[in-house]
Design a protein around this ligand. Structure first.
Ligand SMILES: O=C(O)CCC(=O)C(=O)O
Ligand SMILES: [Fe+2]
Length: 198
């Protein structure tokens, strides 16, 4: 069970750094896809996020001692992030795991090692849709370790009006788009409603 903390002082220090690193990362993704490096910025990826999300930056606290309820078997159950990319900065306590081949059963989970000063980058669903699965969204989860854990997550989501559709460089006659175009705001709303309803 994770809790989002309000007004953490770490956010002030790491926020601008995450934004700078995030912008650089997104421009590198554009270049890797043979597009202008400001492609994603031009379509509004860094415009203010969904009003109800309020914060792009979230500081999460996982208590060290968990109760015995089923919900607390996981610190965060398996999911991929909904947006474009997420930058994570942890305090060094483990627990985060990724599954590289998310469609293969049984799923194989690997611990993500901590590297001091480095961000962990998760690819989100929007990038998977834009790139027609060339960049696949990262299935991840957090297992409790018995240790208290703090984590800062910086979510880069396209602005609500941005239409996310397969990029020209990522499809061809033999590799047609796998997803229909979707308005970012509609996709995020649908996902959040599903999460809240589950
Ligand atoms: O705590 C973590 O390492 C990951 C958190 C996470 O997956 C999320 O906030 O979406
Ligand atoms: Fe996540």
């Amino acid at each position: 069970m994770m809790r989002a903390l309000s007004n953490p002082c770490a956010v002030n220090k790491r926020g601008p750094l995450s934004e700078t690193a995030g912008k650089l990362l997104v421009s590198l993704i554009a270049r890797a896809l043979n597009m202008d490096e400001d492609f994603f910025e031009k379509i509004g990826t860094f415009n203010p996020p969904m009003p109800f999300l309020r914060l792009r930056l979230r500081l999460l606290h996982y208590p060290g001692e968990l109760g015995l309820s089923d919900e607390e078997i996981y610190g965060a159950s398996a999911h991929s992030d909904y947006g474009m990319v997420t930058l994570l900065a942890s305090d060094g306590v483990g627990g985060l795991q990724v599954c590289r081949e998310k469609h293969i059963q049984p799923q194989d989970w690997e611990d993500v090692p901590h590297i001091d000063g480095a961000f962990i980058v998760n690819i989100g669903d929007m990038t998977e849709r834009w790139t027609n699965c060339l960049f696949r969204s990262t299935l991840h989860r957090v297992m409790p370790t018995g240790q208290e854990r703090y984590l800062m997550a910086f979510f880069i989501d396209p602005n609500p009006d941005c239409v996310v559709e397969c990029l020209k460089s990522c499809c061809s006659e033999s590799n047609p788009p796998r997803f229909p175009p979707v308005r970012s705001g509609d996709y995020l709303n649908e996902k959040f409603n599903l999460t809240i309803g589950s």
